[in-house]
Write a protein that binds this ligand. Structure first.
Ligand code: AMP
Ligand code: ZN
Ligand code: FE
Ligand code: FE
Length: 284
């Protein structure tokens, strides 16, 4: 059990829980400080700070950006940005809009494969959220075309699947620059999925990367040790989070149920002290 968790998702992107539900879970699990890191959206942050405040939990600003590298993608977490920075928000809006056309194209492809799915229903499931593939997957499950969300990814909407569609994404260097430009720091999410990891991270560090996610979800002590050794060699700040979505996928960990040491929590908070927004003030 950890006192911090710096990678979580809510109904403002592809997470299942409302901000009130997510806050209650954090409190139940003894979390003292956390980040909400919705995909391409900071819309939940102020309300989340207020919801957490009643439990005495602090919120730091977070976001997760998906970026393209040849043949794969890298997710970049941003912390401590000024969430009112106009350029930063314009870019997030552009990414969310890109998700709409891309979602529509995936629904078209699924229909061409003979599935009874509709874009209207995907949007209904997503609500006001930044639309993601998990919303499409939930619709496929409810129509009985697949049994589970992972099956939807494996068979249809994963990167190599027949119904996958691309959208315009930044390069990792551009995402890092966007986050740094808004006064924040960037950390590579779930780096264990990144090809040529150490070489790639070394390059990104040159481009302004501050950290990498070492304490992730249900990662084994061996894997954590391996990632930590890379972080140490490269001088990257080891960050951690559950990546909780509440979708019940295998390996899911509740908010705070991660092997994140107190010292890593303190180190992240210290690195935020001289940044644009070290904490989200409740009720503002
Ligand atoms: P998107 O941002 O629309 O490209 O969707 C990516 C999101 O889908 C990730 O952040 C995960 O939450 C989820 N996801 C990716 N791969 C899988 C998978 N194989 N099974 C279940 N969920 C996945
Ligand atoms: Zn997600
Ligand atoms: Fe991610
Ligand atoms: Fe995530």
């Amino acid at each position: 059990m950890a006192i911090g968790d710096f990678h979580t998702h809510s109904i403002h992107s592809d997470g299942k829980l409302s901000l009130a539900e997510l806050s209650a879970m954090a409190a139940r699990n003894g979390v003292q400080v956390m980040a909400l890191s919705d995909h391409d959206s900071t819309a939940g942050l102020r309300q989340m700070a207020t919801a957490l405040n009643q439990y005495g939990i602090r919120l730091i600003p977070g976001v997760e950006l998906s970026t393209d590298i040849p043949g794969s993608e890298i997710h970049v977490l941003g912390y401590f940005m000024d969430i009112d920075d106009p350029h930063f928000q314009d870019e997030l809006l552009r990414f969310r809009e890109g998700r709409l056309g891309r979602g529509m194209r995936m629904v078209e492809k699924l229909r061409d494969l003979g599935m009874d799915v509709s874009w209207e229903r995907v949007q209904e499931i997503a609500g006001d959220a930044s639309v993601g593939r998990p919303h499409v997957a939930q619709h496929m499950v409810e129509r009985g075309h697949v049994q589970s969300i992972p099956e939807a990814f494996d068979k249809y909407i994963g990167r190599d699947g027949p119904a996958y569609a691309e959208r315009d994404k930044l390069t990792p260097g551009q995402a890092i620059a966007l986050i740094n430009g808004a006064g924040g720091i960037a950390s590579v999410a779930h780096p264990q999925y990144t090809p040529n990891l150490e070489e790639t991270l070394a390059e990104l560090k040159e481009q302004g990367l501050t950290g990498m996610e070492v304490y992730y979800k249900d990662l084994s002590p061996d894997r954590v040790e391996w990632l930590l050794s890379i972080a140490t060699r490269l001088g990257l700040l080891p960050t951690g989070g559950s990546d909780f979505h509440g979708l019940g996928n295998p390996g899911e960990r509740e908010v705070g149920r991660i092997p994140l040491p107190d010292a890593a929590v303190a180190a992240l908070l210290a690195s935020g002290e001289d940044r644009a927004m070290p904490i989200v003030v409740p009720g503002s």
